[in-house]
Design a protein around this ligand. Sequence first.
Ligand code: ADP
Ligand code: MG
Length: 238
Amino acid sequence: MGSIALRGICKSFGGIEVIHGIDLEIANGELVVFVGPSGCGKSTLLRLIAGLERPSSGLIEIDGRDVTRLGAADRGLAMVFQSYALYPHMTVRQNLSFGLENLRMPKAEIAARVAEAARMLAIGDLLERRPAQLSGGQRQRVAIGRAIVRNPTAFLLDEPLSNLDAELRGTMRAELAALHDRLGATMIYVTHDQIEAMTLADRIVVLRRGRIEQVDTPLNLYNRPANLFVAGFIGSPA
Ligand code: ADP
Ligand code: MG
């Protein structure tokens, strides 16, 4: 569970195409990082996979099933945003359980999932606080916890650490890597930070102007960049 395939995905906004025929297969359990300069289409691609946008043409498959016409709620994926998107008037516990209550999950099951996510993310002692009473790193943990409790087929993370300072970003990056190992879930991670991409990824997808320039492991991209753009972006020696 958790393989994702994009087949000839194009996306236009107001008649202007910004994603130009993306083909990509992601294996179950893989951690794939999308990198590329601002405006190259990373967020749009992630939103297309999440079901928050519809492609102008092309197909999206999850576990071999065509989900192109399914809405976000029916795709079994969970997205984590840069802005955290926590509910300010709810406690951490409520932020974590709210989505599950909407699914009419039994209360005991919700409590168990919240407890497990809180343990994994070390936020057990923050459950009765509100977002305003949390640090940036703690807020991001809660945002990730809200994805974990849904037990998704795959996690989609859009620059989840970019609002944090450099030191905390390093810590959270290591925690995310550990979490990926523990959960074994598919993750697609968007960043414009080369170091994040190189340290986290099983494979890196380098995007430029709505097209894939190269897809490979961090080591292969570094050693054998397909062109100067990739070399420059990954930081390979000239
Ligand atoms: P990235 O996340 O890599 O910075 P985006 O996916 O946000 O890039 O944007 C890719 C391109 O699509 C940009 O040119 C952006 O202006 C355009 N775009 C994204 N979303 C919309 C939208 N809702 N309406 C119009 N244009 C959009
Ligand atoms: Mg973006």
